[in-house]
Ligand binder design. Structure first.
Ligand code: DUC
Ligand code: ZN
Ligand code: ZN
Ligand code: ZN
Length: 472
C-alpha cells in the first residue's frame, strides 16, 4: 500500500499505550503503525509526542447570551483557536430559545457553522422549553439524526427547568438512549443570594462567586443525581468546580449509578480571589464564569478526582466574551451588578497546555490519562468512537504533535480566539502543540493556521458508549 503520509520517529501516546513508532496515513485515516514507514510525504516527529487530537466536548460558539450581549467567537475563529491549541474536534451547543422549535434552532446553528470550521464539529442540544412537541417528536427525531446528547440547566431565567421538566427530559433520554448533560446550580438559592447581596450594595464582579457558593452546586448535583436514579438514565454533570459537588458524584458512582463528570481548566488554576481584581474592580469580570472558581483546597479536590477517575472528561467550557466592550463583560448593566456580567471565559486554545503542564509535567497524572481526559473519553461518551479519540488502525488521522519540553507563557497576543483577553495571561506552561492534523491534513503549525475554512465537517454522532441504547 502506498501511504499518503508518514509521521516518523515520534512517541505515540493513546489512553492505554506509549510506544515509539511511525504512523502511516492513507485517505485521511490511520492505515498502519510500524517502523521505518515510507510515504509520499513524511513528517519528522522525533522528540515529539504523537497524540490523538484534542476533542473539546464543551464549548459555546455564537450562542445568544442576552440582550445586547454577543459572544466573541464565530465558528471560524473558535475552531481556528481550537486547532492552534491542538484540537481536532469541538462539540458546541445548539441552544433552543424558549417558544421556538428545537429543530429550527439546530438548523440555524448548522447554517452558521457550514463551511466555516477548520476542524470537525458536532452539536449537543440545549433543551430550554420541553413542550409535548419537543419531548414527543422533536427530540426523538433529532436523536436519530445524530444529536445524541443534550444539556439541561437547573438555573438561569431563560434556561432553567423545574424538577418535573427535568424528569420529563431525562425520561426521553432513557427511552431514546441519549446522554443528558446537566448544569447543576440551584436557581432559587442563587436568586435569593443575588438579591440579598444587591440589597447590601455588593455588586462588584467578585460577588458573582459569593452568590453561587459550593452549597448551591452541591444541592443541585444531588438533586440531579436523585432524578437520574429515579428515572434510571445515565447522566453527565458538566463543569464541576470543587469538592462539594464532586463528593456527591463520587457517592453516586460508588453506588453503581451511571453518573459521569467533567471538569475544566478554571477549576484547577483559578480561585474566587481572581474575581476581586487588584481592587475589587470591574477587571474581576474577566473571570466570571459559572460555577465560579473556588479555592486552592477545591483545586486539590479536583486533582484527586482527575487522578482517581471521578472525572471522565476535561473540557474548556470555552464561552468567550470580550472584556472591554459594551457587548461583552463591561456592558452597561454589567457595570451596575455582577448579575448582568455574561458568564463564561475563553479557553479552547489553552485547555491542553494547562492540563499537560499542571498535570503531566508536574507528575500529577500520566500521559495516558491526559489523552483519555482530553480526547478518548470525549469520543466514547459522545458517540464518536472508534472513529475519533485514539491512534489506531481505521481511526481518522486526527493528530496533534506535541513538544513535551517546550516552555511558553500564555499571552493574549499569541491566541486566535475572538476574545480580547485570556484569564491565563502570564501563566507559564511546559508542553505545547506544534502541529495539528485533521484527517492527515495540517490545520495548524506552530501557532499559524494553515488549513482552510470548511476543512472541518459537521458530524452526526452515534449513541454514547456510556448510555447504551435500550434496544441493543
Ligand atoms: N454554563 C456553561 O456551560 N457555560 C457558560 C456558562 C454556563 O452557565
Ligand atoms: Zn452553557
Ligand atoms: Zn453550564
Ligand atoms: Zn458551558
Amino acid at each position: 500500500m502506498e501511504l499518503d503520509l508518514a509521521i516518523r520517529g515520534g512517541v505515540v501516546v493513546t489512553a492505554s499505550d506509549t510506544v515509539r513508532c511511525d504512523v502511516g496515513i492513507k485517505d485521511g485515516r490511520i492505515a498502519v503503525l510500524g517502523e521505518r514507514l515510507k510515504a509520499t510525504r513524511e513528517i519528522d516527529a522525533s522528540g515529539l509526542l504523537v497524540m490523538p487530537g484534542g476533542i473539546d466536548s464543551h464549548v459555546h460558539i455564537a450562542q445568544p447570551s442576552g440582550p445586547g450581549v454577543e459572544m466573541a467567537d464565530d465558528f471560524a475563529s473558535a475552531t481556528a483557536s481550537a486547532a492552534a491549541g491542538g484540537n481536532t474536534m469541538v462539540l458546541p451547543f445548539a441552544l433552543q430559545a424558549r417558544g421556538t422549535s428545537l429543530r429550527a434552532c439546530v438548523e440555524d446553528y448548522r447554517r452558521k457553522a457550514e463551511n466555516e470550521c477548520y476542524i470537525d464539529t458536532a452539536f449537543h442540544l440545549i433543551v430550554s422549553d420541553p413542550t409535548p412537541e419537543v419531548l414527543g417528536q422533536e427530540l426523538p427525531a433529532l436523536l436519530k439524526d445524530g444529536y445524541t446528547s443534550f444539556k439541561v440547566f437547573m438555573t438561569y431565567d431563560d434556561l432553567v427547568l423545574n424538577d418535573r421538566q427535568l424528569l420529563d427530559v431525562f425520561d426521553v433520554a432513557r427511552r431514546e438512549g441519549a446522554l443528558v448533560m446537566v448544569h447543576a446550580e440551584g436557581y432559587d438559592a442563587i436568586r435569593y443570594m443575588t438579591e440579598r447581596l444587591e440589597r447590601e450594595g455588593k455588586t462588584a464582579p467578585y460577588y458573582h462567586a459569593v452568590s453561587r457558593p459550593e452549597i448551591v452546586e452541591r444541592e443541585a448535583t444531588h438533586r440531579a443525581i436523585s432524578h437520574a436514579e429515579l428515572v434510571d438514565v445515565p447522566m453527565m454533570i458538566v463543569h464541576v468546580s470543587g469538592r462539594e459537588a464532586m463528593e456527591q458524584i463520587r457517592w453516586a458512582q460508588s453506588r453503581g449509578l451511571k453518573v459521569y463528570a467533567e471538569t475544566c481548566p478554571q477549576y484547577i488554576t483559578l480561585t474566587a480571589e481572581d474575581l476581586q481584581g487588584p481592587d475589587m474592580d470591574m477587571s474581576g469580570a474577566k473571570y466570571v464564569c459559572s460555577p465560579p472558581p473556588r479555592d486552592t483546597a477545591s483545586q486539590d479536590a479536583i486533582w484527586d478526582g482527575l487522578r482517581t477517575g471521578v472525572f471522565q472528561t476535561f473540557s474548556s467550557d470555552h464561552c468567550p466574551f470580550r472584556y472591554d466592550s459594551p457587548a461583552g463583560k463591561l456592558n452597561e448593566k454589567g457595570r451596575s451588578s455582577f448579575r448582568w456580567v455574561p458568564n463564561g471565559i475563553p479557553g479552547v486554545e489553552t485547555r491542553l497546555p494547562i492540563l499537560f503542564s499542571e498535570g503531566v509535567a508536574k507528575g500529577r497524572i500520566s500521559l495516558n490519562r491526559f489523552v483519555e481526559l482530553t480526547s478518548t473519553n470525549h469520543a466514547k461518551l459522545y458517540g464518536l468512537y472508534p472513529r475519533k479519540g485514539s491512534i489506531g488502525i481505521g481511526f481518522d488521522a486526527d493528530i496533534v504533535l506535541w513538544d513535551p519540553n517546550r516552555k511558553e507563557t500564555i499571552r493574549q497576543e499569541i491566541l486566535h480566539h475572538g476574545a480580547d483577553y485570556t484569564p491565563w495571561e502570564g501563566f507559564e506552561v511546559t508542553g505545547w502543540p506544534v502541529m495539528t492534523l485533521l484527517r492527515g491534513e495540517i490545520v495548524a503549525e506552530n501557532g499559524r493556521i494553515v488549513g482552510d475554512k470548511g476543512q472541518g465537517q459537521i458530524l452526526a454522532r452515534g449513541f454514547s458508549a456510556y448510555a447504551p441504547h435500550p434496544l441493543i
